[in-house]
Design a binder for this molecule. Structure first.
Ligand code: PAF
Length: 298
């Protein structure tokens, strides 16, 4: 695997079909799943690693974001990447961009509401990665469900010749959704954090039993988080997979998303709900059968 720092170097040579896995580093099994899927689909697998300042609302959050290039390079290589694109800030933003991208509607609720400007920053960096790397496919985790909707619309609206592929969430054995931010959780906070996945699992069971009302599903998930004194709910919303708008009921493919603060860490999780043979089927993703690499490093 080669580590390169410029878009020009990423595009050099005969690449065949190209898959991109955009990351902000501190890789975990969720990213490794994206890289393995990319490996199966394409001749050249590029993993990008760039902690994008445009998408952080607070400088402390940006400063606290874990970074370890040597660690990530080893993991990306093991998972099958051909190239690690780790650009310096000057390659990405030689000047403060004057162009802004707002994916109207999609970025307004949920994360958009709680993190003003966040999705505009994501949209700009993803557009730059797609334009600069020119992949045929780009892989994103469904864990960031609203981001996946946003990126899918961005790609379609701006005619990027790329297929956007979402992959199911990967979880710890106990259900906690993998996130690089989990390394900031203390043991007690990890316990409190489980209220998010427990709430979603309870709502998923209700869906399996035929519940389709948004307020009811949201209340089931909310009750679990509210019962946990260490978790502070920000929102729980049933939203459309097509445009991330809030839904009154399960009537189109949806996701039930939850966000909460646990200590100083913000956590997000969701369950995707698709219609299969006329029945609503929830998908919480999959659980590892061993502690994740992040857990060992917490
Ligand atoms: O999901 C992430 O890690 C980031 O938001 C992304 C897509 C790499 C853009 O910086």
């Amino acid at each position: 695997m080669r580590t390169v720092a410029t878009f020009a170097d990423v595009r050099k040579g005969d690449r065949g079909s190209v898959a991109l896995v955009p990351t902000m580093g501190y890789l975990h099994e969720g990213h490794l799943d994206l890289i393995s899927a990319a490996r199966r689909s394409s001749d050249t697998v590029v993993v990008s690693l760039f902690v994008n300042p445009l998408q952080f609302n607070e400088d402390v959050d940006l400063a606290a974001y874990p970074q370890d290039l040597a660690r990530d390079a080893a993991l990306a290589e093991q998972a099958g990447a051909d190239m690690l694109f780790a650009p310096p800030i000057e390659e990405m933003y030689a000047e403060q961009p004057l162009t802004s991208i707002t994916v109207a509607g999609v970025g307004e609720l949920m994360e958009g509401d709680h993190r003003p400007g966040h999705f505009d920053g994501v949209a700009v960096v993803v557009a730059k990665l797609l334009a600069g790397i020119q992949p045929d496919r780009a892989y994103f985790g469904r864990k960031d469900a609203q981001q996946l909707v946003l990126v899918t619309r961005l790609g379609a609206d701006l005619s990027f010749p790329v297929e956007i592929i979402g992959r199911p969430t990967i979880r710890e054995r106990d259900g906690l959704a993998l996130s690089s931010r989990n390394i900031h959780l203390s043991e007690a906070e990890r316990g409190a954090a489980l209220s998010l996945s427990a709430g979603l699992a309870a709502a998923a069971s209700a869906v399996e039993e035929g519940e389709t009302d948004a307020a009811t599903l949201e209340e089931i998930a909310r009750a679990r988080v509210d019962a946990e004194p260490g978790a502070h709910l920000e929102y729980v919303t049933l939203a459309s997979q097509a445009d991330a708008s809030a839904l009154p009921a399960l009537e189109v493919p949806a996701f039930l998303a939850v966000a909460a603060g646990v200590g100083t860490t913000r956590l997000m999780d969701n369950v995707h709900i698709d219609r299969v043979d006329g029945t609503w089927v929830p998908d919480l993703g999959s659980r590892l059968d061993r502690p994740s690499i992040l857990y060992g490093e917490a």
